[in-house]
Design a protein around this ligand. Sequence first.
Ligand SMILES: Nc1ncnc2c1ncn2[C@@H]1O[C@H](COP(=O)(O)OP(=O)(O)OP(=O)(O)O)[C@@H](O)[C@H]1O
Ligand SMILES: [Mg+2]
Length: 424
Amino acid sequence: VQRLLLAMIGSIVVIGALAWWDEQRNSEAGLAELGDDQYAAASAAAASVAPDLAGTAFPERAARHLHALQRDGVRVFLVAPGAQSALALDGSSVALPHLAPGARVLRLGRDEAPVVGLPPRTAMVGVADAPSGWRVVVAASAERQRDRDSAGLARLLLSMGVATGLVAIFGGIALARQRTQLELAQRLAVAEAARARDAELERLSKAATMAAVASGVAHELSTPLGVIVGRAEQIRDRAADERTQKAAHAILEQAANVDEVVRGFLGLARGAPIALQEVAPAKLVAEAAELVAHRFARAGVTLATPIAADLPAIRCEPLLFKHALVNLLLNAVDASPAGSTVTLDVSRAGAEVAFVVTDDGEGITPAAAARAKEPFFTTKGHGTGLGLAIAHEIASTHRGTLSIGPRPTRGTEASISIPAGPHA
Ligand SMILES: Nc1ncnc2c1ncn2[C@@H]1O[C@H](COP(=O)(O)OP(=O)(O)OP(=O)(O)O)[C@@H](O)[C@H]1O
Ligand SMILES: [Mg+2]
């Protein structure tokens, strides 16, 4: 806006200069016209007094007659045949500047005009020949012309002033508006930054709460778990029949699993490093599928795992990683209608191996997808909202990523990508 303002003022100045130059030219033209008028007046006067002009004696009668032409700013003279100077109408001699034989129009400067009794302004003089050899001279001050010029100049200055004023007012308004807009944008940016900071603080505090909850749960579970293990061992040792012994074995196995998962979560919450092993993706997928088999059976949903046989082993903490896959599979089965199929596929993409779970459910909304990894974000009445948050933590500890979003056609796709193992 400032540059625009400068450009407009610049063009006003240029227009002003052009107009001034034009005025100047006009006034030259005006002076030339004034000269022509005086020549015409002198010619007419010469014609009217021609009978009284003869010889070289001062023509009293003609002078008296010409007197009527003189008024303010106009002087009339006679020039005797062959004379170099003019005669005023009272017979006195006047050294009329620039008077030369054959001259018709003379121009007198502001310091020459007083010589012929005119005010100190440019004057135009017409010189007309009479048949007798006398010449009649009419000199007129350019006073009126000058007045017209200065009026023109005043008009010009006034219109330039008005134009500049208008530009300044509108430019000022535009500038003020721009400044308000800028201030508004700044205030919005500050508010946006504050909002982003609050959101980040909230996320951090939720993550901290999650870690605290995980530690609390792990701590509280250790006592009942100890009791379960102790009693199961008693049953195993005392059981007479093989079936009971097998059942006790299964309880102890699952209890050991729970213990390990709990320890794993505690480690995650503490940020402890994890122990990596090389595992075949197909094995991980099969074990995860087994863990969720009863949930799929209950929901009447099929789980397909079309895993390629030639996939490289990945380095991971198997229990934790399996748990992350289980969380994706449980979300998929929760969203799936009975009779549909959920697919867990593994594919190699460059230096990464991706575990991709797709379902044919309602699909996740973009808004829910954006928040799905937040701890405690859930749209389910019975959900904790921790499933994806934990899976995300597990993916991050494996230097991988978790992503979730709607599929183009129908349903949801959730995937965990981690770097392929060193032997890949
Ligand atoms: N396959 C999916 N289809 C549709 N929405 C999904 C899917 N997976 C996740 N979501 C959405 O993401 C939210 C968060 O998932 P997350 O697993 O973290 O929690 P949850 O499943 O609600 O609770 P919990 O895991 O404790 O059962 C879900 O509530 C749901 O809105
Ligand atoms: Mg879940």
